[in-house]
Design a protein around this ligand. Structure first.
Ligand code: SAM
Ligand code: SF4
Length: 333
């Protein structure tokens, strides 16, 4: 699948729930805390059918997300089915990590069960190692559980574990070096993410925004000049740098300040209530659930995907006066 701007689509981000056991201020603002009705959520069978259709159109990578995907029942059998779909050769999982160490079955932590199901990479959100700051950002005092979850993921033997840190001035710029050290000591790939306007909240103010460039300057003051690695990519929009004198790479996801951010976009998103979104930072979304439940054939669903790709914008609208039509937790980050 290719859009009119030359974006080649090979990656589907699949949200399986808008529910979460945390309340991150930038994702689920207090004024918008309500769940979607259950009957409007895609069943796993419906989601799997849509992924099969997408795989026939060239999608090779799927990332399962939410909300917190580990809060949904039967997520393991869903992941196992997903990994068996012909053509899907890379299944990743995004999580806040707090449930990864929980037992999926006696003696088997969720992280190991996900790995056994065929999931290759996990992305774990970790904005800070300071327990108070973690509680303030996520609304829950679950830093020990998140760290235990990361340990479980390491023990499970995933191919790659990424740590995602959303940058917020006054909240975690003191945490840059501790996070770098934490990731470096464990062989985890740390990425810093600029705050995006995907919720409606006082959190998304200019005062809270910490740009990538400034983050890099803060890191360089401590570690020396970062060495760009323009050819290293992990299927997404992050740019990577090597820390001088160390075998450690760190990534930056600058959706707001990187003017080339959208050029290599290869992604579509499927929300848990069955909307196909051609872009995170655009109002556009198309209701594939209703079409499917009205009896569409696979060929018609394929056409639907192609029509959505045809409407993919050249770039996101975040730099304009963008007001989201959904909070992040209901899009699927
Ligand atoms: N619950 C899982 C988690 O926290 O990783 C998966 C869903 S979460 C919506 C996916 C990613 O989106 C997380 O890394 C989170 O930090 C990021 N995110 C949420 N709101 C954001 C925002 N306003 N700006 C930038 N990243 C955001
Ligand atoms: Fe939940 Fe993840 Fe959103 Fe935080 S970022 S509220 S953990 S979905």
């Amino acid at each position: 699948m290719q859009d009119p701007f030359g974006h080649r689509i090979s990656y589907l981000r699949v949200s399986i729930t808008d529910r979460c056991n945390e309340r991150c201020t930038y994702c689920m603002p207090r004024e918008l805390q309500e769940w979607l009705p259950r009957e409007g959520i895609l069943s796993f069978e419906e989601t799997l059918r849509l992924v099969r259709v997408a795989s026939r159109l060239g999608v090779r990578k799927v990332r399962v997300t939410g909300g917190e995907p580990l809060t949904r029942r039967n997520v393991l059998s869903f992941c196992a089915e997903l990994c068996r779909i012909p053509g899907i050769d890379d299944v990743g999982f995004s999580t806040n990590g707090t449930l990864l160490a929980r037992e999926a079955s006696p003696g088997v932590p969720m992280a190991s069960a996900l790995h056994a199901a065929g999931v290759r990479t996990v992305n774990v959100s970790l904005d800070t190692l300071d327990r108070d700051a973690y509680r303030l950002t996520t609304g829950r005092d679950l830093l020990p559980e998140a760290l235990a979850g990361i340990n479980s993921a390491i023990a499970a033997g995933f191919e790659l574990i990424k740590l995602n840190c959303v940058l917020m001035r006054g909240r975690n710029e003191e945490q840059l070096a501790p996070l770098v050290e934490y990731a470096g000591a464990r062989g985890l790939l740390l990425r810093f993410i600029e705050l995006m306007p995907v919720s409606t909240s006082e959190v998304l103010s200019d005062a809270n925004f910490l740009p990538i460039r400034e983050t890099q300057r803060l890191l360089e003051a401590r570690y020396g000049s970062l060495v760009p690695e323009p050819h290293f990519r992990t299927n997404g929009p992050a740019t990577y740098f090597q820390l001088p004198g160390r075998a450690q790479r760190i990534g930056f996801i600058g959706a707001m300040t990187n003017l080339h951010f959208c050029e290599s976009c290869n992604k579509l998103r499927l929300t848990c209530d069955g909307k196909l979104r051609p872009c995170l930072g655009s109002y556009l979304e198309f209701d594939i659930l209703s079409v499917m439940r009205a009896g569409a054939t696979d060929a018609e669903l394929e056409r639907f995907f192609l029509d959505v790709v045809e409407r993919k914008p050249e770039q996101h609208d975040f730099r304009g006066n963008y007001q989201t039509n959904r909070k992040m937790v209901a899009i699927g980050g």
